[in-house]
Design a protein around this ligand. Structure first.
Ligand SMILES: Cc1cc2nc3c(=O)[nH]c(=O)nc-3n(C[C@H](O)[C@H](O)[C@H](O)COP(=O)(O)O)c2cc1C
Length: 302
């Protein structure tokens, strides 16, 4: 079941996605963190953030919309309060998700995290649709994305995975920009920019007006984007978007993903990431797949 991303060996290709798994420690009593590949923390910013006003999460057909707005404890509280606990959990692999309104903000987060042990990799969030600066603004402009990744690359020896926005016309091109700027891996997709209106009040159902759509509704688009990306770059691609069962994870791997992440499914079942990791193992056994990595890009043409 082992896969390697940017030199980091994971015992399973199934990873818990950012923003849906707290800081990992909250899940310690719910599932076995040493049975999943890794977990990604909630986006960490230089200063604590309160996020957007409520309502900021709603259910939609086969999915959900959120506009949390990067609520988080801030990088210093993460290092002082969360990371010591994470380091004590045997077998847990922590990927720190990095967010900033500006490149300088992101650099500040990475500099702080670089001083601390217990982080296997950074996931650089260049794709959050729910903030007015940073996030998706970086991930939808090639020049800004290059600048962000290249400057973070100069700051750290740790592997960098760049999380890409699906709100672009050519995701392969954006992935190439990230690769050329020094990214070790890319992850995709973040949420799709969306709008839902309450027809009785005629107001948006989310206080932020727009939000990011996730869950099974986005899966076929995400699978298509993972395929396009894996053909455009040489670095590993981590796929996500609507994975709720082992078969979904296998589909992403066939499309070209080296590993996958599970997000919204954890809201329906907090044990989903472990259940899916175990399920992928069983699926491989029942389909005579000796090594899970043999699935990557093994899709056949029509
Ligand atoms: C409530 C919520 C909060 C999220 N917060 C973050 C975040 O802080 N950083 C990030 O990179 N992605 C964040 N995401 C995006 C997810 O990690 C994931 O990319 C997206 O939801 C698609 O996968 P899914 O359909 O499996 O949820 C968030 C998603 C949700 C639903």
């Amino acid at each position: 079941m082992r896969v390697t991303i940017a030199g980091v060996e994971l015992r399973s290709p199934v990873i818990a996605a950012s923003g849906t798994f707290g800081y990992g420690v909250e899940f310690e009593d719910i599932l076995s963190l040493d049975k999943i590949g890794a977990f990604v923390t909630k986006g960490l910013s230089a200063e604590p953030m309160a996020g957007n006003p409520s309502p900021r999460i709603i259910e939609t057909a086969s999915g959900m919309m959120n506009a949390i707005g990067l609520q988080n404890v801030g990088v210093r509280a993460f290092i002082e309060e969360k990371l010591p606990k994470i380091r004590q959990i045997r077998g847990a692999v922590c990927i720190a998700n990095v967010f900033g309104y500006t490149v300088e903000d992101c650099i500040e987060v990475v500099r702080a995290l670089d001083q601390a042990d217990g982080i296997a990799m950074y996931e650089l969030n260049a794709s959050c649709p729910n903030t007015s600066h940073g996030g998706m603004v970086f991930g939808t402009d090639g020049m800004m994305l290059y600048d962000l990744v290249a400057r973070i690359r100069r700051e750290t020896q740790r592997p960098i995975m760049v999380k890409l926005s699906p709100n672009v016309t050519n995701i392969g091109q954006m992935a190439r920009v990230a690769q050329d700027a020094g990214a070790d891996a890319v992850s995709l997709v973040n949420t799709f920019l969306a709008l839902s209106i309450d027809i009785e009040t005629r107001k948006p159902r989310i206080a932020n007006t727009t939000g990011g759509l996730s869950g099974p509704a986005i899966k076929p688009i995400a699978v298509r984007m993972v395929r396009e990306t894996s053909r455009a770059v040489a670095i590993p691609v981590v796929g996500l978007g609507g994975i709720v069962c082992a078969e979904d994870a296998v589909e992403f791997m066939l499309a070209g993903a080296t590993a996958v992440q599970v997000g919204t499914a954890s809201y329906a079942d907090p044990r989903a990431v472990e259940v899916i990791a175990t399920g992928v193992r069983s699926w491989c056994r029942s389909h005579d797949v000796e090594r899970v990595r043999d699935l990557t890009g093994a899709m056949l043409s029509a």
